[in-house]
Design a protein around this ligand. Structure first.
Ligand code: UDP
Length: 315
């Protein structure tokens, strides 16, 4: 039986990945510090015989004698609000957490996939961003704690690959959305949907001309799995290239929530990227993958989730 570790498995993307792998028949060990992850995300598989949960912060070493085949290393705060609130844990898990997981992979002969990010491109000067672009990152700005942690994580992953022959994969994950995002995580998707459903003003930062490209979580999880299973060991962009401005996005969410919330403008956070769109030619050619779920379809499913979430927790 294939034995797989998912770090950050109680988070938004991690929990969907754990479910997907259980569905494929893997034995899945989820390791999560629960700083931003939630065990409720794992309700559907918690009792499954092939699922195990370990609460552990990977900034500290993690040892296991059990044979591991695959490690998906997703653990990290991932929303700007979260990593600004936890700057040092974010740097530590990106640096030491990745080091510890590479050590485990080396020891066990396991293949390891690093969840990297479009943030390695910073505020990109070219659009769309191909993997060959080195980025435009402010190392000492507030977002630097995440961007540089992930850039370091990529560097040490390639070093273990080259120096120790560890079998590595690097996914550069672009904006992803779907059920199980946290309402309070501060990102555009939960903020806008929560605001529209409550009838509160929708807070667009800056003038809303900055762009993003949003990928539905089921598409992303499939791509992560395909990348793990292929034999390509350089970084690969994973995301949906359908790009729109944040103002267009806010208006679309208002419409799909059947809401007439006013749009208000607030200050643009420092170093907020002005444009972002993945060049996914590598993923298309090597994985034979491209996103299937359209933005409106994905948003409808996400809005339904947040409606339930709000009904349970109260508006
Ligand atoms: N944003 C916004 N209003 C919000 C939250 C986010 O206008 O209430 C903007 C944010 O400034 C950024 C974009 O939406 O330009 C996407 O932000 P998010 O935090 O979702 O992800 P990022 O791509 O910045 O990591």
């Amino acid at each position: 039986m294939t034995k797989t570790i998912v770090t950050g498995g109680a988070g938004f993307i991690g929990s969907h990945l754990c479910e997907y792998l259980i569905g494929k028949g893997d034995k899945v060990v989820c390791i999560d510090s629960l700083i931003t992850g939630r065990t409720t995300n794992l309700e559907r598989i918690w009792q499954h015989k092939n699922f195990e949960f370990i609460e552990h912060n990977l900034s500290e070493p993690y040892y296991t004698g059990a044979k591991i085949d695959y490690i998906y290393h997703l653990a990290s705060p991932a929303s700007p609000k979260d990593y600004l609130e936890y700057p040092i844990p974010t740097l530590k898990v990106g640096a030491m957490g990745t080091y510890h997981m590479l050590g485990l992979a080396k020891h066990q002969g396991a293949r390891i996939l690093l969840a990297s990010t479009s943030e390695v491109y910073g505020d990109p000067k070219i659009n769309p961003q191909p993997e060959g672009y080195w980025g435009n990152v402010n190392p000492i700005g507030p977002r630097g704690v995440y961007d540089e942690a992930k850039r370091y994580a990529e560097a040490i992953t390639m070093a273990y690959h080259r120096s120790h022959n560890v079998d590595t994969r690097i996914a550069r994950i672009f904006n992803t959305f779907g059920p199980r995002m946290r309402l309070g995580d501060g990102r555009a998707v939960p903020n806008f949907i929560g605001q529209a459903l409550r009838g509160d003003p929708i807070t667009v930062y800056g003038d809303g001309t900055q762009t993003r490209s949003f990928c539905f979580v089921s598409d992303l999880v499939e791509a992560i799995y395909l990348l793990m299973m292929c034999d390509y060991d350089l970084p690969m962009n994973l995301g949906n290239p359908a790009e729109l401005t944040i103002l267009e996005f806010a208006k679309l969410i208002n419409l799909l929530c059947d809401s007439d919330s006013e749009i208000v403008y607030e200050q643009l956070p420092q170093d907020d990227p002005m444009q972002r769109r993945p060049d996914i030619s590598k993923a298309k050619a090597i994985l034979g993958w491209e996103p299937k779920v359209g933005l409106e379809d994905g948003l409808k499913r996400t809005i339904a989730f947040f409606k339930d979430d709000l009904a349970t927790k109260g508006f």
